[in-house]
Write a protein that binds this ligand. Sequence first.
Ligand SMILES: CC(C)(COP(=O)(O)OP(=O)(O)OC[C@H]1O[C@@H](n2cnc3c(N)ncnc32)[C@H](O)[C@@H]1OP(=O)(O)O)[C@@H](O)C(=O)NCCC(=O)NCCS
Length: 160
Amino acid sequence: MRPADLEAVLRVQAACYPESMQEPREVVLARMRAAPGSCAVAVDAEGVCGYLFAYPSRLGVVTPLDAPFEPALDADTLYLHDLAVAPRAHGRGLARRLVAHLLEHGRALGLAASSLVSVQDTAAFWSSLGFQETGIDCPRSRAALAGYPGTARYMRRALD
Ligand SMILES: CC(C)(COP(=O)(O)OP(=O)(O)OC[C@H]1O[C@@H](n2cnc3c(N)ncnc32)[C@H](O)[C@@H]1OP(=O)(O)O)[C@@H](O)C(=O)NCCC(=O)NCCS
């Protein structure tokens, strides 16, 4: 993913999330810049049709909706913040491939785990990729999880 992908990424976001979950342009751009090596796009004949934003973080830490990424110097997990595929490209295995690509990146960074917040009834999708729901101790992260609309689940998996 490059800053030049911003408009296309925002279009995918608009097609995939309700108003309450649309994250502002400045925040999305700041994330591309904060973690350029761990954000990826999927491209079809019409251009960018999917994306995955991720960054090295700490297990148990949840990124609040709309908050900037704060990559951890002592990271132990690749945090997958936002995965979306435009409806026109659903069912082609692109989400699976984006996740596989970035999990490989996490392994290359030496990270032992990957973690995320599942929203919009996607827990079964994430379970099929090896993630399991797990509890959170940190009150700040619990509050961040509660800030997501609907049912949000913190999930993690090992990367070995
Ligand atoms: C979830 C999403 C990323 C899946 O994208 P996709 O490219 O269509 O997914 P894939 O084609 O890689 O599908 C992989 C598998 O997951 C399944 N799957 C897809 N969405 C699912 C869901 N919401 N729940 C359960 N399984 C799902 C597919 O049927 C497929 O199964 P199969 O391999 O047995 O055929 C896409 O529906 C999307 O962008 N949704 C809106 C944004 C969103 O909610 N993102 C997740 C936030 S945590």
